[in-house]
Each structure stands twice: as C-alpha cells, then as structure tokens.
Design a protein around this ligand. Sequence first.
Ligand SMILES: [Fe+2]
Length: 367
Amino acid sequence: MERAILVLESGTKRIIDFNHHTIRLLRFVPKELLALSFQDFFSRDVKDFVLEGYLKALHKSQCRVDQVLINRKDGPPVPVSIEYQCPDPKGNVTVIIYPLSDQNGNGEWDPQQELTELRQAYRRLSDLNLTLKKRITHLAEVLALADARFDSAQDEMTESLRQKEGTKKECLSLMASIIRSVEERDPLSRGHSDRVVVFAFEIAQALKRPEKELDIIHNYGALYDIGKVGIAEATLTKQNPLTDEERLLITDHPVIGTRILKHIPWMEPGLDLVRHHHERYDGSGYPDGLKGKDIPLLARIFMVADAFEAMTRDRAYRRRLPVFKAIQELERLQGAQFDPGIVDTFKNKVLSSQPHLLNETNDESAA
Ligand SMILES: [Fe+2]
C-alpha cells in the first residue's frame, strides 16, 4: 500500500510538504499542492469530521479518521483513511493518507494497475494506428489500381480512335480512287474533281469560313460527284445531245451519291455537299429545288467552282471557254444559277490572286 504523506502548517492547515505518492493520489502538481489547505480536498459534509481529527492531533493526541472520500484534481473521489501524527515542536501536523480502493472499487489504489491500464490504452491506440495504416495502404492500392485501369482504358480508347481514323482515311482514299476511276472513263474530265476542290477551298478561305467547313471540303470535297459511278460511260462521254432518259439519269447522281454515303456514319458532314451541289440559286436546280440561302453554303461554293472548272476544260461535246468568257458566264448567271456573293469572291479574291489564270484571260481575249 502506497501512503501519501503531507505536512500541514500550524493553524492555516496549508500544505507545506508532501511525498511523491501524494502527487500520484491527488493528481495536483507540486506548485498547486503548496497553494492548497488540507480542507480543500473534502466536501462540505465531511470537512468538519475530517478537521475534528486534526484538532485532536493538535492536542498531542494521535488520531485516525477512517472511510472518508478525498477529492482529487480529476477523476472520482478516492476512499481513504487519514492518520494525524502528533505535531512537531513548531505545531505542524504530519498527515498520512491510506488509499482504501482503486477507482473500480476492487481493492486498494494501485498505481501499478493504473500504469498497466495506461499501457493497455497505449496498445489499443497502437493497434488502431496500425489498422488505420493498413486501411490507408489498401486505399492507396485501390486508387493505384483504378488509376492504372483508367490509363489502360484511355490507351485503348486512343488506339481505337487511331484505328477508326485510319479506317476512315483508308475509306476516303478508296472513294477518291472510285471518283478517279469514274473520271478515267472520260479522259477529258481527268482531275476535274481535284481541281474543283482546290477552287472551293480557296473560295471558302476567302470567305473566312470556319476550320470545320474547310475540313469538310478537304475530307469530303472530292466525293461530291460520287453518284456518277452509276452512270454509263457512253452517257458521260456522249457528244450528241442527251435523251430525256439519259438526262434524267445524270440529274439523279446527287441522290445516288447521297444514297451511297449515308450508310457510313462519319460521312454525315459531307452529305449536304453531295446532294445539293446542283441546286441553282433561283430554285430551278436539282434534286430538291432549293433556293437562295436555303442551299447549304458549301454546295453553293461547289456550284461555282464546279461550273468554272468545267467551262474552262474541253469536253467531248464542246471546246473549253477562255477564262475571261467563263468569268463573264458566271457574272451573267449571278442570282440565277450562282450565289452572287460567291461569284464576286471567286473573281475578286481567288482568281485575282492567280496571275497565270488572268494572263490566260488576256491571251484569250487578244485571240
Ligand atoms: Fe455533279
């Protein structure tokens, strides 16, 4: 049994000395203990009873007080027995405090048990800390796995897009070959669609059209006459006037072209161009008779580029027109066949920047 021993000053009952068991029992630091009086540790109902023993001790009579609760700085009161020693020559009284039980009431107060409990609490905290560390490690592993899967999915998506883009280019290349094979049947129109695309691209640039539309011209422009694949070579190269049946077959090529391409999802941006490049500004074109600005802009551009390119090249049924006459023809049909603004742009910004064409104009004019 660990005994708390302290010395009370004569008269004031202020604590003037104590042993280290006193600190363990009462849980005050030394400085605090020295500022307290002995009666401060007891509740009002037992204070007189406790001090009665003190008074007896002052009269040279050792005295013991059993079974009282002494208050501590923290935690519940502890049951103790108090023994007052006879005062020393200065009148100071030594008090010995015997703890009777621990906080659980299972026996005497045992600092060793308290230390054991503290150690157990520390172990529980250590275990909890270890568990948390394991969970954090597990979480980090899950995150790393998710990250790796995301990277893998991203790589697969990129590869899929790359393959898709490759397939798209191969398909466009194949279709361009089909167009060339159509043109090969009529040597006089060889390279026609490529030159039309160049003119159309320059007109769109001069009109400051957005990149998206320039891409459509670049990727799908060469396919605008793909519907001609279904027209017989004899009809395409015929020198005599076409029969009504042959004319009907030729005017059907925008619809045939649309029908060929519409089953390919990524061809959608080029469908308007394929279907409407023979619509006339006054509404007398085909296949839908669209009029003015109702005709998609790229189709109006191709109408001008296609007509100019065709007029300035020899055909089986006619000689080519001089460039200046082709320009005159464009001007004559402004507002009828052609969008007036596009014809002006073509003349003033595209052709004017190509001296070889203008020189040809002058030569032809002189001839
Ligand atoms: Fe056409």
